[in-house]
Design a protein around this ligand. Structure first.
Ligand code: FAD
Length: 365
């Protein structure tokens, strides 16, 4: 027993839970999973969870059902690499030999005034809160702005959220108005033009209004103030503003470790922290030079698990090489995919997406 290595994984998300599961068969290590949530959430399926187009078990797994090793339900606040300890929110200190930091991202409001009145879409609680708020409004009387829903940000998340918000609202109130407010000149600038255009066509076919070159300057519970490229400002009556305009790394104090300007943990190609070889950082929290996506977090998780095994076995570590497997935007029966440079629409990309995520989810169970 004395030789057992302590592997502590902070964050039971896409990268963290995968690593814990991949390491569970090691006889020479005890893996402790620390999570601030009782559930594992497969974030790319949060919109489908909201719209109930998939059963909850395809996106949300109670950790106690899938992880049979040591589990601590708490938030990790501080890592002291000199003492190899993690300090939790309740003051508890846990020792590690190898530490994995996989705490993901959080919403970034970019200091926009009134952002506290907007709805984030980052976890199950956010989705539930938004749905409850929308349900109350849609059951109430219509006044200016009560049935107007603004989604700030025209990236992949904003586009998927606009689609489900529009469908949810229009089922109850067909005259509801959904806007996508995007500061840049186009939506979906991370995608090639033809794929972005295909998704924009879908939103427009659903009656969603896309406002580009328009920044949100202020939010109140009843309105949003926007500024156009020519500098002119306008206040739009709107009782619901959903913030999908950006993310930033989650925070954790790391004694003596310098973070990237964005607040990520600088890593080597092996996914070890540059500052400390006993610490692995994976997924959105790592400055690994790859997109902040589930696809990348999955690939990083897989390689990090392999490298932790090698580290424990004193073998040379492997280097992370990211492989882009395409993009699939969940837009129900109008799903748009970009796979090997080809734009796909409808049933096939929807099925592909479902199968891909179902297959990926098996690794967590
Ligand atoms: C709405 C939405 C839709 C998305 N859709 C897609 C998509 O379609 N395709 C795609 O590729 N990517 C998508 N992404 C991005 C993708 O989900 C993330 O890049 C991915 O989840 C990152 O994985 P991760 O393991 O780094 O973090 P996460 O999966 O976010 O997991 C982090 C975990 O750590 C926990 N945690 C945080 N801080 C602490 C702490 N201090 N102590 C303990 N636990 C902590 C969190 O609660 C969470 O469970 C989407 C993101 C969002 C928000």
């Amino acid at each position: 027993m004395a030789d057992l290595k302590r592997v502590v994984v902070i964050g039971a998300g896409i990268a963290g839970l995968l690593i814990a599961q991949e390491l569970k068969s090691r006889k020479d290590a005890v893996v402790t999973l620390v999570s601030d949530r009782e559930h594992f959430l497969f974030l790319p399926r949060l919109t489908e969870l909201f719209s109930e187009t998939i059963p909850a078990k395809k996106a949300l797994l109670p950790i106690k059902d899938v992880w049979k090793g040591e589990f601590i339900l708490n938030k990790a606040n501080l890592v002291n690499p000199q003492e190899k300890t993690v300090i939790l929110n309740n003051g508890q200190s846990i020792k590690y030999d190898v530490l994995v930091i996989a705490i993901g991202s959080q919403v970034n409001f970019f200091n926009t005034p009134g952002s506290q009145y907007s709805y984030a879409f980052y976890n199950k609680e956010d989705a539930d809160k938004l749905k409850e708020h929308m349900t109350n409004l849609l059951e109430g009387d219509e006044q200016a702005g009560t049935h107007t829903f603004a989604v700030v940000g025209g990236g992949p998340t904003g586009v998927e959220v606009a689609n489900i918000v529009s469908r949810f609202a229009k089922k109850k109130r067909p005259a509801s108005k959904v806007l996508v407010v995007e500061q840049g000149p186009t939506i979906l600038k991370v995608l090639p033009e033809k794929a972005a255009k295909a998704a924009q066509d879908v939103l427009e076919s659903e009656g969603i209004q896309i406002m580009t070159g328009v920044g949100v300057k202020n939010i109140t519970p009843l309105s949003i103030e926007v500024q156009k490229a020519d500098g002119s400002k306008e206040t739009l009556p709107c009782y619901t503003t959903i913030w999908a305009a950006g993310s930033k790394p989650q925070q954790i104090s790391l004694t003596g470790i310098e973070l990237s300007p964005r607040g990520e943990i600088p890593v080597e190609k092996t996914l070890q922290a540059v500052a400390d070889k006993n610490i692995f950082a994976v997924g959105d929290i790592a400055a690994a030079g790859v997109p902040k996506t589930a696809q990348a977090a999955l690939q990083e998780g897989k390689l990090a698990a392999e490298n932790i095994k090698r580290f424990l076995d004193n073998k040379p570590l492997e280097q992370f090489v990211y492989k882009d497997k395409g993009t699939l935007l969940a837009l129900d029966e109008k799903t748009v995919g970009l796979v090997y440079g080809q734009v796909l629409r409808g049933f096939i990309p929807r099925q592909l997406r479902d199968k891909y995520y179902q297959f990926a989810l098996q690794k967590y169970q």
